[in-house]
Write a protein that binds this ligand. Structure first.
Ligand code: BGC
Length: 759
């Protein structure tokens, strides 16, 4: 009898709870706005529950082989899941106690569902926000996944359309596998290429970085954040691409003038485009760590630039205020500095939760500040539809990841992003290959180095390497020989000798050279935390190329790398050089199509190639300099930003520049006639530059102010119209005011130029 009573009471309790949850003014009522629901929920939360939402943890575990990351893929096996459950239990316990609101490094969809199931055991059933670094596809922890070409490759397409599509595809793959927040796009502008992370950026130009980032934000979030969106994250605030000596996380000393003109605009436009989150940078800027920078995070990002969502700290960087940057005595003081400066979520781990509880008790952080941090986190979770359904269906995953549409998109980005740097005597495309012998060598000719950083190894059958691409695209009668070497260190004297022997008998030699930023590789030369003091080809690669050249005149060098390299010797002595960047899963196909002429190359450099590390900073939009060269070298770049050849020749004529009133408040309209003077179709990226002739503060010798990618049929002529937005003509005055100054401007495209005077 007692038991029956007990059961009846609990049934009653459960139904009361459910109806309470469904009540009109409940945060579970999906007809209310996200904002309203967040307020209702916030009112029910204890201080501890609120602080829990500000805590992010990694979901990696390291207790035993079967639970190692490589085993945890989309289709997590039951045994792995059991191991995973055991390994993650200490954190699952924290979830159930309401002390975790977000995760990163979640090893696959089954793990994501499992973690959410733990969150559903909390009093308020607040789902988790699951984040990942899906910066060129969602492959950091999932496989299979579409690994798109890296951001530097995408940047070389100069295509906002492709950027948006790539982000949309990534968002769909993320949502299908249980992730809702990507730490992308990377808005860093690179002025020091020794920085190993150069390849995860869109290069050195503010306008290009801004336009592509905004396109990606549109792709990730959609018009309104909903159950098909992922949150975008504008990172890293700010200046990491110019850290001292190119070292990741070292301090940056950047004038306010340069911050305003070069580094801030992408963030301003990202927040205008409703980018919902941001990440602070590892570095300090002009003496203040970004993580405790109230002016940067709160006054600028949140108040002035209108960031509506929240700011996450970078990996352990709150702790670093005490341990590395030493502006705080200990982690607790660091937590106080960061939260009061405007950080809303701590990435990652223990200690922060307790610090915050104490800091609020001691009145060192106000509960108001906590509410301010937590509210947008809850809003995001409501908008993303996580309260309605935090889980994903395993059986649906395979229909949504690595679809044909996504693979084709990855291929198209690679085709448009590869840059032909040099093509003397029209060595490329290779012609009359019937019965010819082609030697393929170099360490990334037939492996996954082409995937780049921020991706885990993918099943080989999903990747088209350069060797595989060439096998497919070369005529059957061509004898393609691969001299395989998978590790850079194995390009030794023996390998070079073998290559030379084979090269003597070959009609053409294709050498794949460059760097390795593969996250899981043991011999990385680039990527996160792999900065270099030199920009030469690492190892014995140059020696290999030099020796090959003495035995065979027909050498084609294809670079697989993430940053511009100082390839002076190649540039002087090799007839054909193709910058393939890190072209992703189907990169080998795109490279082969360009080598054989099926695709006409059309990428343009998004970053200048220095002649040496000593030439840094060599970005194209330099301020006017003295005219003399260095004593030992020209002071120019080896290849400038915007450089890129085609198999066609594009002729420019008839440049016209106009504005309605010739006023400093107008946009400028540009028209230029472009003719494809070749008998093959191709794309041309039209780049419009401007120079402000006399200005009150110094302005660049030239600055990109508009661009457009246009397709041309053979021998087709088009009048291309572009708009230069008024803002692009502006400068920052001595008193840091942004304005367009009256006077003369020179508008340039290709080798044409036109002057215009603005009143
Ligand atoms: C990087 C961030 C990244 C984070 C999480 C950090 O080391 O600087 O860009 O989003 O790790 O993986």
């Amino acid at each position: 009898m007692k038991n029956i009573k007990k059961i009846a009471t609990s049934v009653l309790m459960v139904s009361l709870t459910i109806s309470a949850l469904k009540a009109k003014d409940s945060y579970f009522n999906k007809n209310l706005s996200a904002e309203k629901r967040a307020i209702l929920l916030l009112n029910k939360m204890t201080l501890a529950e609120k602080i829990g939402q500000m805590c992010q943890y990694t979901a990696e575990i390291s207790n035993g082989k079967t639970a190692g990351l490589d085993d945890l893929t989309v289709t997590l096996r039951e045994t792995s899941l059991n191991n995973y459950r055991k390994g993650i239990e200490p954190k699952a316990k924290l979830i159930r106690a309401g002390k975790i609101g977000s995760f990163l490094k979640v090893p696959g969809v089954t793990a994501a569902n499992y973690l959410q199931s733990q969150a559903m055991k909390t009093r308020l059933k607040i789902p988790l926000l699951i984040a990942t670094d899906a910066i060129h596809g969602h492959g950091m922890f999932t496989s299979p996944a579409t690994i798109f070409p890296t951001p530097m490759t995408l940047a070389s397409t100069f295509s906002e359309e492709l950027a948006e599509k790539m982000a949309r595809a990534t968002a769909l793959e993320m949502r299908a596998t249980g992730y809702q927040w990507t730490f992308s796009p990377n808005l860093d502008i690179v002025r020091d290429q020794r920085w190993g992370r150069t390849g995860e950026t869109f290069g050195e130009d503010t306008l290009l970085v801004t336009k592509l980032s905004v396109a990606m934000i549109r792709g990730y979030q959609g018009k309104n954040i909903n159950e098909n969106s992922v949150l975008a994250c504008a990172k890293h605030l700010v200046g990491g691409g110019e850290s001292l000596n190119g070292i990741n996380g070292a301090e940056s000393d950047i004038s306010l003038h340069t911050l305003n003109s070069i580094y801030y605009p992408p963030f301003i436009k990202a927040f205008e485009a409703n980018c919902f989150t941001a990440m602070a940078a590892h570095n300090a800027i002009n003496g203040v760590p970004c993580h405790s920078h109230h002016q940067l995070l709160t006054q600028l990002a949140k108040r002035k630039w209108g960031l509506k969502g929240f700011i996450v700290s970078d990996w352990n960087d709150i702790r670093n205020l005490a341990s590395r940057q030493k502006t705080a005595k200990n982690f607790k003081e660091a937590s106080m500095q960061a939260i009061n400066a405007g950080i809303d979520i701590h990435m990652q781990g223990n200690g922060f939760f307790d610090n915050m509880i104490q800091l609020v008790k001691e009145n060192k952080v106000s509960e108001e500040r906590i509410n301010e941090a937590v509210k947008p986190i809850l809003i995001a979770k409501f908008k993303l539809g996580l309260f309605e359904n935090p889980y994903v269906k395993l059986e649906k995953v395979n229909q949504k990841v690595l679809t044909d549409k996504h693979r084709n998109l990855a291929l198209e980005i690679a085709r448009q992003g590869i840059v032909l740097l040099k093509n003397n005597h029209q060595l490329l495309p290779l012609k009359n290959l019937e019965n010819k012998k082609v030697l393929l060598c170099g360490f990334s000719a037939d492996n996954q180095v082409q995937l780049g950083d921020w991706a885990k190894p993918q099943p080989d059958e999903n990747v088209v390497t350069i060797y595989e691409g060439l096998k497919k695209e070369l005529p059957h009668s061509t004898n393609l020989e691969l001299l395989k070497v998978n590790l850079l260190k194995n390009i030794n004297n023996q390998y070079i000798e073998k290559a030379v022997k084979q090269a003597q008998k070959a009609d053409y030699v294709i050498v794949i050279a460059g760097e390795n930023s593969l996250r899981h590789s043991r011999e990385k030369t680039a990527g996160e935390n792999v900065d270099r003091s030199s920009l030469q080809l690492p190892g014995k690669q140059l020696e290999l190329i030099k020796k090959l050249k003495t035995h065979n005149p027909n050498i084609i060098v294809c670079l697989i790398n993430s940053r511009a390299l100082a390839i002076n010797w190649c540039s002087k002595n090799i007839d054909a050089i193709l910058e393939c960047w890190e072209p992703g899963l189907l990169g080998g196909q795109a490279v082969a199509e360009i080598i054989t002429g099926k695709v006409n190359p059309s990428g343009k450099l998004a970053i200048s190639f220095p002649r040496s590390a000593g030439h840094l900073q060599i970005h194209y939009n330099r301020k006017p300099m003295r005219i003399r060269n260095y004593a030992d070298s020209p002071d120019s770049a080896l290849y400038d930003f915007g450089h890129g050849l085609s198999y066609s020749k594009f002729n420019y004529s008839n440049l016209k520049v106009s504005s309605i009133n010739n006023s400093i408040h107008d946009n400028l309209e540009v028209a230029v006639t472009v003719k494809n003077d070749g008998n093959i179709a191709g794309d041309e990226v039209i780049l419009i530059y401007c120079n402000d002739v006399i200005s009150s503060t110094t302005t660049p010798i030239k600055k990109l102010v508009a661009f457009k990618r246009v397709h041309f049929k053979p021998f087709e002529t088009k009048i291309v119209n572009l708009t230069i937005e008024n803002e692009q003509l502006s400068l920052f005055t001595l008193h840091n005011k942004q304005l367009v100054e009256a006077g003369e401007f020179i508008i340039m495209v290709n080798s044409l130029q036109k002057n215009i005077s603005l009143k």
